[in-house]
Design a protein around this ligand. Structure first.
Ligand SMILES: NC(=O)C1=CN([C@@H]2O[C@H](COP(=O)(O)OP(=O)(O)OC[C@H]3O[C@@H](n4cnc5c(N)ncnc54)[C@H](OP(=O)(O)O)[C@@H]3O)[C@@H](O)[C@H]2O)C=CC1
Ligand SMILES: O=C1O[C@H](COP(=O)(O)O)[C@@H](O)[C@H](O)[C@H]1O
Length: 498
């Protein structure tokens, strides 16, 4: 940190001409600059294509105009950006980068602080980390941190190998593994909702909670990422990271303090409690799907198998639903249902906590069935929480009706929450790793997911495609919950109380 607690750093972005850099990283750094959270900083963009500094700065400006909200001081902002044409395997090129870093350190008074942001295809991650170490780029008087994008491996084994490679150059507390869901406002709110409300904290266990449902649905298909997605599928792309991270935050014990170490160690304990499955049990707990042709907003969309760079006989899942059991004292008997899919009917990420029915229903003779109380945490696109209660219907009878208490972040604070990447980049500059994943979390998540992928990769799903683009997913997903007497709660936007 420097004066005014503003972090200083040289941010070296590997993959600076790529999609992620343009859509997320440049606009996020710009917002930090615009909000005056950073002023002493420089960025070195690194990629293969030959660009001058000026050409690179123009591309940064274009990306801010396209994906951000450029207002003022854009030209001053882009003057902090520099470019180095580089091939990841060339040792010579890292030595040149080292010279550039030293010059910029002096020019911007960056105290030797360096962030190496790996926004490139994952097969390069290990090599880059090793070269950073070997060519002395990480020999600096300030801090050195590695921010690393997903996917962190393809299985436990490959993740472990990658981890060993990056650990040759960076200590665990210097590694910031990005899971952008952990930067989302309402994902960060899970702990606050749980641990700061007398209303919820005592009820957060198997005595009062019937089940918890975590949904992340997208209307987008695989877009231009068919090649990557074919090797990943929804299980590796979403479940191994984002969904299991949300489950860990919902299930963990209260940390003894809100420190990075304490929070992470509670999340690790929650992940350790996930009931392991045998390969031949997977289909009792998990359902997979793949979208066929369908319609969204009147537009006919192709089946997954007809997408660009996708095998016409692909067995890759674009949808996953599952039932997780957490075998510990707090959660014994409470299913955590998760689901995620591409080309669904709505873009929505939310968590529904369904409370158990009250022991005796005094209102069973009334016209209305008594609805369970639900706590809904809306993560996106709307941010907020909704509590579903039962109240008396106006009039002379004692009939009940459901009612919602809704709090929306935008409604109350009149602000747009900062983008996840903006918060996470700032955290990495400040040295706060709380909202990044520790290796132990990554390892446990992969071990859990590997059993499922082993089961699915060895058996072709003859029912694929088994849901239409623009639908709510395969029927088998509803049946998974129906077997337990539960349903997926469909949380609709803008529902009225009446
Ligand atoms: N795009 C997204 O929305 C998201 C991406 N991610 C992750 O971020 C990472 C980057 O993704 P994305 O930006 O989409 O990828 P892109 O394919 O768009 O960009 C890849 C970048 O790597 C550079 N590059 C490729 N080969 C080399 C090489 N041999 N030496 C030096 N540079 C090279 C390319 O530059 P050039 O061609 O000039 O060499 C380009 O800048 C991936 O790990 C991805 O999984 C994670 C979440 C979302
Ligand atoms: O990590 C990923 O996340 C996105 C969904 O992110 P969201 O913030 O829009 O919910 C997903 O589209 C992509 O396939 C996956 O790699």
């Amino acid at each position: 940190m420097t004066e005014n607690n503003k972090p200083t750093a040289l941010i070296m972005i590997f993959g600076a001409t790529g999609d992620l850099a343009k859509r997320k990283l440049f606009p996020s750094i710009y917002r930090l600059f615009q909000k005056e959270k950073i002023n002493k900083f420089a960025v070195v963009g690194v990629a293969r294509r030959p660009l001058t500094n000026e050409e690179f700065q123009t591309s940064v400006k274009d990306s801010i105009l396209t994906f951000g909200h450029a207002e003022e001081k854009v030209d001053e902002f882009i003057s902090h950006f520099h470019y180095h044409s580089h091939d990841v395997s060339s040792s010579e090129s890292y030595l040149q980068l080292k010279d550039i870093a030293e010059q910029l350190d002096g020019h911007y008074q960056l105290e030797g602080n360096r962030i190496f942001y790996l926004a490139m295809a994952p097969e390069f991650f290990g090599t880059i980390a090793e070269q950073i170490k070997a060519q002395g780029l990480s020999d600096t008087d300030g801090y050195k941190r590695l921010v690393i994008e997903k996917p962190f491996g393809h299985s436990f084994e490959t993740a472990q190998k990658l981890n060993e490679q990056i650990r040759t150059a960076f200590a665990e507390d210097e590694i910031y593994r990005i899971d952008h869901y952990l930067g989302k406002e309402m994902v960060q709110n899970i702990e606050v909702i749980r641990f700061s409300n007398a209303l919820f904290e005592p009820l957060w266990n198997n005595r009062y909670i019937s089940n918890i449902q975590v949904t992340s649905s997208e209307t987008l298909g695989v877009e231009e990422r068919g090649r990557y997605y074919e090797t990943s599928g929804a299980l590796r792309d979403m479940v191994q990271n984002h969904l299991l991270q949300m489950v860990a935050l919902l299930a963990m014990e209260p940390p003894i303090a809100l420190t990075t170490e304490e929070i992470r160690s509670e999340k690790v304990r929650a992940l350790r409690s996930l009931r392991p499955m045998k390969v031949d049990e997977v289909n009792q707990y998990f359902v997979r799907g793949q979208y066929g042709e369908g319609t969204i907003d009147g537009q006919t969309l192709p089946a997954y198998r007809n997408e660009h760079n996708v095998n016409p006989e692909s067995n890759t899942e674009t949808y996953v639903a599952g039932k997780l059991m957490i075998d510990n004292f707090r959660w014994a008997g409470v299913p955590f249902y998760i689901r995620t899919g591409k080309r669904m009917d709505v873009k929505s990420t939310n968590i529904v906590v369904q409370f158990k029915d009250i022991p005796m229903n005094l209102y069973y003779k009334t016209e209305e069935t008594l609805n369970p109380n639900l706590l809904v945490i809306n993560i996106q696109p709307d941010e907020g929480i909704t509590l579903y209660l039962n109240v008396k219907k106006s009039g002379t009878t004692s009939n009940t009706k459901p009612m919602k208490l809704t709090v929306s972040n935008k409604g109350i604070e009149h602000i747009n929450s900062p983008e996840a990447y903006e918060k996470l980049l700032f955290d990495s500059m400040r040295g706060d790793a709380t909202n990044f994943t520790h290796w132990d979390e990554v390892a446990l998540s992969w071990k859990f997911v590997d059993t499922i992928s082993n089961a699915w990769e060895n058996t072709k799903d003859e029912s694929f495609p088994n849901y239409k683009a623009g639908s709510t997913g395969p029927l088998a997903s509803d049946e998974l919950l129906a077997e337990d007497g539960h349903i997926w709660w469909q949380v609709k936007k803008n529902e009225n109380n009446d």
